[in-house]
Structures are given as structure tokens and as C-alpha cells.
Design a protein around this ligand. Structure first.
Ligand code: 5GP
Ligand code: MG
Ligand code: MG
Length: 199
């Protein structure tokens, strides 16, 4: 039985310009990323670290897929990153919040950072550096979305869900002023909604 719901295209909020990746498309991609990650980390002590808040849905889907693909011993942790500046533009000034846990918690571990989206590269460059400084054995990054064309600093993720052009994205954890995180698909916001003022 198919129920009426906001998953249906005719029900997307009016602020949305376009659904870029449906729930099914994201799920398929998550499964193949998980397969690659399991292949690379089998036999290793893996800790998957989600970057709050934006990565929370992708993190949940990906870690469950990792367990399902054969690595049920995977551990999880979170870190928070905030970039100061205008709402839709990342600055180079990124603060890292360890969520109350000791800095040494990743010492000797294989850390996989899970991010929602990479834009300028500032956040991940800073975070990957902070994790390495904790004495991690290895640091890799998986991102659901990658706006490769917008880098201000050189940074490449090890696993990329989807490479996308320059849209302002909401859904699957990504917000506009804290709304639309819970949309179960990846969507582009109408430029007139965010003011189209991205750098
Ligand atoms: P970067 O530091 O690479 O420029 O940006 C990383 C952070 O900026 C992301 O983790 C995300 O929080 C935010 N960001 C970048 N692009 C978008 C976007 O299109 N939509 C939303 N909601 N956030 C974005
Ligand atoms: Mg983020
Ligand atoms: Mg945000």
C-alpha cells in the first residue's frame, strides 16, 4: 500500500527548486559506499565519526549499511564543527567541538570522518588536521555530497556519494536556518529563498 506522504514529488515544500537525489537513489549510493568502506577496513579497528549536525542522517544510514555489509563491530562517535560567517558561506575560521570527550580518544585508531557536504574544503581540512593531531593511526573522509568546483583550499574526500554543481542543498541532514534537515531526499533550495548571496 502506497500512502500519501511528503516523499511524493507533488508534496515537496514550495521553497524547494528540485529534488536532486531521491530517497531510493541515496539509499543505493549509501549501500555501495558502505561496501567499499567494508572492503577497505575489514580486519581494522574502525571508528566512524559523524560531523554534527548536518551528517546525522547520512551517518545513521551509512553505519547501519556498514554493519549490514559485514562490519558489525564498527564503533561510532561525533564531533561538531562550526564555521563563522554568513549563513550560506563558509569562512576559513572553523571551530572544532569534541562534544565533551577527551582529545586523546582517537589515538591509534582508524578514523573515518562522515560529512554531509564539502564546499570550500575549509571544514574538512581543519577537522582532518584536528583528528590527526589526536594521534589517529589513519584519517579518511566520506562525504555524501561534494561541490568540487567550489574549493578555496585543496581537500579531497576518500569516498564521495555524489558530486554536485553549485546549488544550496537541503534535506538528508542539511538545513536552511535549521529547517528542512529531515527531508528524506537531497534537494536544491530556490535561490530566492536564501537570497542567492553565496560567494
Ligand atoms: P566548507 O567548509 O567545505 O565550505 O563547508 C562545509 C559546511 O558548510 C558543510 O558541512 C555544511 O554545514 C555547510 N554547507 C556547504 N554547502 C552547503 C549547502 O549547499 N547546504 C547546506 N545546508 N549547508 C552547506
Ligand atoms: Mg557539515
Ligand atoms: Mg548549516
Amino acid at each position: 500500500v502506497v500512502q500519501e506522504s511528503f516523499l511524493q514529488p507533488q508534496n515537496v515544500p514550495a521553497d524547494i527548486q528540485e529534488v536532486l537525489f531521491t530517497q531510493d537513489e541515496v539509499a543505493q549510493r549509501v549501500k555501495s559506499l558502505a561496501r567499499a568502506i567494508v572492503r577497505d577496513y575489514t580486519g581494522k579497528d574502525l571508528i566512524v565519526v559523524g560531523v554534527l549536525k548536518g551528517a546525522y542522517i547520512f551517518m545513521s544510514d551509512l553505519t547501519r549499511a556498514i554493519a549490514e555489509e559485514g562490519l558489525p563491530s564498527v564503533q561510532i562517535d561525533f564531533v561538531r564543527a562550526a564555521s563563522y560567517g554568513a549563513a550560506s558561506v563558509s569562512s576559513g575560521n572553523v571551530s572544532v567541538d569534541m562534544c565533551g570527550e577527551p582529545e586523546a580518544r582517537w589515538e591509534g585508531r582508524h578514523v573515518l570522518l562522515v560529512e554531509d557536504i564539502i564546499d570550500s574544503g575549509n571544514t574538512l581540512k581543519r577537522l582532518a588536521g584536528a583528528v590527526a593531531a589526536c594521534g589517529a593511526e589513519s584519517v579518511r573522509v566520506v562525504t555524501m555530497l561534494d561541490k568540487k568546483g567550489r574549493r578555496q583550499v585543496s581537500f579531497e574526500a576518500d569516498y564521495v556519494g555524489f558530486e554536485i554543481p553549485d546549488h544550496f542543498i537541503v534535506g538528508m541532514g542539511l538545513d536552511f536556518n535549521e529547517t528542512y534537515r529531515c527531508l528524506p531526499y537531497v534537494a536544491a533550495l530556490k535561490p530566492e529563498v536564501y537570497g542567492g548571496k553565496k560567494a
